[in-house]
Design a binder for this molecule. Structure first.
Ligand SMILES: [Zn+2]
Length: 72
């Protein structure tokens, strides 16, 4: 599943939202049919909801292996 900026602006797929889409979620495995178009507001709202369940992981830990880590 990937998030892209759409080449053409369709209406946001969120129910009741009248904005034009800024992002499109494309699923190449087609678990859901086609793509989901979302505006900036709805994507941020979705991100906030998702972050209640999943915390974003750091790409790299802020300290190196073997380095002294101060836990206060
Ligand atoms: Zn929207």
């Amino acid at each position: 599943m990937i998030v892209q900026i759409p080449t053409r602006k369709y209406k946001c797929d969120a129910f009741g939202c009248k904005n034009l889409s800024d992002y499109v979620i494309v699923n190449k495995k087609l678990v859901f049919n086609g793509s989901i178009y979302l505006c900036n507001d709805c994507l941020n709202q979705l991100y906030k909801e998702i972050s209640k369940f999943i915390t974003p992981k750091n790409v790299k830990p802020p300290y190196k292996k073997g380095e002294y880590y101060d836990k206060n």
